[in-house]
Design a protein around this ligand. Structure first.
Ligand code: C5P
Length: 289
């Protein structure tokens, strides 16, 4: 019997450009992802009983599936099969990251499960782990890597970048959610209607990389293609951004396909005050550095 606990960290996108639709139905993207301190906890326990059964229990959110629909379950299934292991695995997932939020919570949980199983069995090499990760979802390889990176392709091609910044962030989300496939299809429609700036966002991207490397100021506007096709989310996003700006945010951007908004603050005090006020108004809010 072995027992391992692993933290599953939410990601944010500080830059996200959807480049174009591919023949396989996915979209090529170019994004800068960064790990936050907001996390779920995954506990993996293995039993040498030759049964190969997987059981998943979830705490902190009653709406999460505990079967093969859950990425954690599928991650364990794929790891055991690839590693040729017949042990049973019991997994406990403590959810803190909001679901359907653009924060990669499910992907982080799957990555933490793979990391925990690899710590127990040590049966696969890093290429095999990343291979399983990519087969589970576009954001899972980043969550395996875990620190700031440029992610390309459909998100699975990871290039680490220098990140020397201590950031003061508020991550906030209202109740309404949006499904990722729907958000991508809205981008296709918005592009056809010419609603998305088509010029490459090179300047914004380079300025962000310089800022992260501590070689330049924070760009005043950050870019996320999804912000140009928000549909019914528009009001929520604008409201959260305005509240963050009222508390002194230097800038605020939607993360991933939304609807979480990330505000970047000059110091911990102003960020904590903002997070507090948002929480009091009934909105999910979290201070992260
Ligand atoms: O990879 P993941 O399972 O997270 O993707 C969910 C859905 O989001 C895909 O089925 C696809 O519709 C869309 N997607 C996309 N391009 C990406 C990532 C996701 O079109 N780069």
């Amino acid at each position: 019997m072995a027992l391992i606990k692993a933290s599953a960290y939410a990601k944010i996108n500080l830059f996200l450009e959807v480049l174009g639709k591919r023949p396989d139905g996915f979209h090529d993207i170019k994004t800068v992802m960064r790990r936050t301190t907001l996390c779920d906890e995954v506990t993996v326990e293995t039993v040498e009983d030759g049964r190969g059964e997987i059981t998943l229990t979830v705490q902190g959110n009653d709406n999460i599936p505990t079967d093969g629909e859950n990425l954690v379950y599928r991650a364990a299934e794929k790891y055991l099969s690839r590693a040729g292991v017949r042990d049973s695995v019991r997994i406990r997932l403590e959810k803190n990251i909001p679901v359907g939020a653009g924060l990669g919570g499910g992907s982080a949980d799957a990555a933490a499960t793979l990391r925990a199983l690899e710590r127990i069995y040590g049966a696969l090499d890093s290429t095999e782990i990343l291979d399983i990760a990519a087969s589970l979802g576009s954001d899972v390889p980043f969550c395996i890597f875990g620190w700031t990176a440029v992610c390309e392709g459909r998100g699975e091609i990871i290039t680490p970048i220098t990140d020397k910044r201590k950031m003061h962030l508020v991550i906030a989300k209202k109740e309404r959610s949006v499904s990722t496939p729907l958000a991508f299809s809205r981008i296709d429609e918005a592009k056809e209607l010419g609603k998305i700036p088509t010029a490459p966002q090179d300047e914004c991207y380079s300025a962000l990389l310089k800022y992260l490397a501590n070689e330049g100021e924070l760009p005043t506007t950050l870019y996320n293609s999804f912000e140009f096709s928000l549909g019914e989310l528009e009001e929520d996003i604008l409201d959260l951004k305005k509240k963050m700006q009222d508390f002194g945010a230097l800038t605020a951007l939607m993360s991933g396909s939304g609807p979480s908004v990330v505000g970047i603050f000059p110091d911990e005090k102003s960020a904590a005050l903002c997070a507090d006020a948002l929480l009091k108004s009934g909105v999910f809010a979290y201070y992260s550095n």
